[in-house]
Ligand binder design. Structure first.
Ligand SMILES: CC(C)(COP(=O)(O)OP(=O)(O)OC[C@H]1O[C@@H](n2cnc3c(N)ncnc32)[C@H](O)[C@@H]1OP(=O)(O)O)[C@@H](O)C(=O)NCCC(=O)NCCS
Length: 159
């Protein structure tokens, strides 16, 4: 298995992967397609296995007002037939070792049990606009103490 930056040639494979990993929702697929169409600055990686995209991770800017205050991890997906084999964990750990990721406060809205394995902890502040009471909102390397609602790229509300 190789971890690479996706190329424009495999963007359609990324879309296919996101559809299969999130079969009940088109949101994640549209989100990433819109990131690519709008050339939104994101950090993203794919896992390639026998010429197939079997996993994907992306990070996009988090905002305090107009100012960048960190990165949102979203989405993370592993192809259904490859889930629960450690690939999602390997991809997260790989991303967390990359300079542009490890030097930034990180936020994720997701399963706390899964993300706590990598050091993410429940986030008291900032507040996530998509999660009442921040129940599933976690952060890593976040030292914010003042209360504000964190901003997302517009694709999160327009996808
Ligand atoms: C969630 C996801 C990215 C995890 O990737 P993965 O490669 O399957 O995960 P790993 O094999 O590295 O699993 C590590 C641990 O995470 C937990 N875990 C994995 N998938 C889980 C799930 N769907 N629900 C609850 N816990 C899960 C398990 O505790 C697992 O450990 P175990 O195998 O010893 O039980 C993947 O299952 C996926 O793409 N699911 C569908 C899309 C999705 O929900 N993405 C949301 C991410 S917020």
């Amino acid at each position: 298995m190789k971890i690479r930056k996706p190329t424009t040639e495999n963007f359609s494979k990324v879309s296919g992967l996101l559809s299969s990993a999130f079969p009940k929702s088109q949101f994640e697929k549209k989100l990433v397609e819109n990131f690519h169409a709008n050339q939104t600055p994101i950090h993203e990686w794919v896992c390639i296995h026998v010429n197939k995209v079997i996993a994907y991770i992306a990070f996009s800017n988090a905002y305090k007002g107009e100012q960048i205050c960190g990165l949102h991890l979203a989405p993370l997906a592993v192809a259904p037939e490859f889930q629960r084999q450690g690939i999602g964990s390997e991809l997260v750990k790989f991303a967390l070792r990359q300079k542009q990721i490890k030097e930034s406060p990180l936020f994720v809205l997701g399963n706390p049990e899964f993300y706590q394995r990598f050091g993410f902890r429940q986030c008291a502040t900032p507040l996530c606009p998509f999660d009442k009471n921040n129940r599933h909102f976690l952060s890593l390397g976040n030292t914010t103490t003042d209360a504000f609602t964190v901003g997302y790229e517009p694709e999160f509300t327009n996808s």
